[in-house]
Design a protein around this ligand. Sequence first.
Ligand code: NDP
Length: 397
Amino acid sequence: MGRVLIIGAGGVGTVVAHKVAQNSDVFTEIILASRTKSKCDAIAKAIGGNKIKTAQVDADNVEDLKKLLNLHKPDLVINVALPYQDLTIMDACLACGVNYMDTANYEPKDEAKYEYKWQWAYQDKFKEAGLTAILGCGFDPGVTSVFTAYAAKHHFDEIQYLDIVDCNAGDHGKAFATNFNPEINIREVTQKGKYWENGKWVETEPHEIHKALNYPEIGPKESYLIYHEELESLVKNFPTIKRARFWMTFGQEYLTHLRVIQNIGMARIDPIVYNGVEIVPIQFLKAVLPDPGELGENYKGQTSIGCRIRGLKDGKERTYYVYNNCSHEAAYKETGMQGVSYTTGVPATIGAIMFMKGIWRKPGVYNVEEFDPDPFMEQLNKQGLPWHELFDINLEL
Ligand code: NDP
C-alpha cells in the first residue's frame, strides 16, 4: 500500500524495521537510513530476505535529506532519529511532498525544553501542501495519548483527572544505563517537574513529588512526578481536564548516579574546551555509557505503562485504568531489542499502518490523540502490545 522511509537506526529504529517488515501487506517498500549506514546494513541483514534497502543520511542537513527523499520517493517518513532532527526532516518532507511521523517533539540542542510550539507552527504549511504530519507516535507520547482519546470516546463524558504512570521494573544488570538515547533521557529526567492544575502549569523541583504506586503483576514502585511532553497536547485537546500529571519509576541506584552525574557537571549541555577541543559533557558521557541498543540480552522483567483517569459518565464519577505490560525478554526474543525500544517502535509502526491505510490521514500537523483511537487500539493487540482495562478501582492518586 505504500513506501516507507525509516530515519534512525538505534534501538527504536531497529524495532520499527522489524515490525514494518512483518507487515509486508501494508509496506510495499522499506528504506532504512541513518547517519551510520553500517548500522542500517546490520539491521537489514538480521531481518533478512532483502526486505529492506539502506542508505546514509545526515538528518541535520535538509539538502542531504531532500536528495534521499527524491531518490526513494517514500509516501511516509518515520523519524526515529533524535528530537533535534524533527524540524529539518519536516522541512525536507514539505519540500519533497512526503508525509511525516515521529515519536518525540523537537528540542533545540542548546536548551532542554519540551514544547510542541516549534512543530505546531508547521500546521499551515502541511495543510496547504496536503500532507499529514503525525506527532508523538511512540508509547509515551503515543499510546498514552491514544489511551486517553479512547477513554474519552468510550468511557467518559468528561475526563477530569489524568495520571500517566510509567513503570520500568526491568533489570539490565548494569550499575547505570539509560533505556533510550542517554543524552535525551538524562536531559528529560533532570529537568524540573511540571503538571497541569486548574488551567495552569505548576512547577516542582526535580523529583520533589513522589509516592509508591502499585503496578499490575509488578507491585509497589516509587514513582516520581516529572514533566512529559504529551501533557501539553492532552490538556489542549481535552479541555475538561482539571489536573494532568506524569509519573515515572526510578530506582534509588539510578537516582544516586543521576545526582552524581549532575553534581560533577557531566549532565551539562553547553560546550566546554578540553585540551583545545570543544566537547559537550553530556555527549561525552553518552560515548562512555552502555549503548541502550545493547541492553536487551540480559534484560529481565517488564514495563507497565498506562493511564489512570477519573471523571464523569452519565452524571456519576468513575475511575478507569488502561495499561500495557511488556516483557523485556519477549521483546528481545522478537527483535533483539529491550522493552523500552519495543514499546516505542511498535506504536510507531502502527501509526504508519494507520497512515498507509488512510485511517489516520488529514492534511496538517496533529498529535495522535486527534485521530480515531479505535483502529490503533485494535492493532496494539495484534502487533505485540496488548492492553487491559480496570474500572471503578482505587487509582491511588
Ligand atoms: P538511539 O540513540 O539509539 O538512536 C538514534 C539513531 O538516530 C541512531 O541510529 C543515530 O545514528 C541516528 N541519528 C542521530 N543523529 C542523526 C543525524 N543527524 N542524521 C542521521 N541519523 C542520526 O535512540 P533511540 O532509538 O533510543 O530513540 C530514537 C527516538 O525515539 C528518540 O527521538 C527518542 O527520544 C524517541 N523515543 C520515544 C519514546 C516514546 O515513547 N515516545 C520512548 C523512547 C525513545 P548513529 O547510530 O550514527 O548515532
